[in-house]
Design a protein around this ligand. Sequence first.
Ligand SMILES: [Fe+2]
Ligand SMILES: [Fe+2]
Length: 279
Amino acid sequence: MLIAQLTDLHVCSAGRPAARVVETNMLTERALRAVAGLRPAPDFVVISGDLTENGLIDEYKNLAALLERYLTMPIFVVPGNHDRRSNLRQILPHLPGVSSDSRFIQYVVEEFPVRLIMLDTVVPGHAHGELGPERLDFLDRSLTAAPHRPSLVVMHHPPFRCGVASMDSIHLRDSAAFTSVIARHQQVDRILSGHHHRMIIGRVAQAIAMVAPSIAHQWILDFDAAAPAALVMEPPAFMLHHWAREEGMSSHAVYVESYPGPFPGLTDPEYPGHGGAVS
Ligand SMILES: [Fe+2]
Ligand SMILES: [Fe+2]
């Protein structure tokens, strides 16, 4: 089974770049076209928040048109700090689960071999994330219902610190409480998030916790605590998570832009492994 994870699309109103410089509508279109061209096709797509730049109706309309144009497989979304729940529900009501809870955009996807717990970490008006008792209880109850099925948790805000001060100031605030829930449910294999706009891998209890790169701009990697946050145009990418019952899950970054190659992996006669597999 193949899962494509896209994150932080930041789709804008027509003709408006995000943060004055990033053509996110064009970049979203390129990423969706790349996903549509994958063979084998992903079984479904998850989008882990910041679907739009400002959560405006026009922005969701642009996103809805792009999704309809390129994707035929099921799409599951959670909101990010740039989204507005009511506008998302109004323009994308056909996406499964977005209206299954009256307060939050949170739901469980049951119909695939890997179960998805889609979590809403948004605190309206703030960049950081927080679950609070009600959403932590939803997570706990959802996982208690199927203790033996491999599960992924999808959420916008990363639930671990990564050492970059500007990122750690806006991560999931109640990550300790989140971690203790995950520790009680050993079937959670991976936690998929976005928000930091670059690939980061951590751990939450037994689960691998991943931040996917954005399909638009990335945030600069700078461990100097005094450094201001800044965006950079590192190559956009998305994640392909491959799952098989015997092998479990592996996660692969896929770059959207074109690049040189493929070249045949020819080796020199002097290569010690000559005649064997090349890498
Ligand atoms: Fe974002
Ligand atoms: Fe975000």
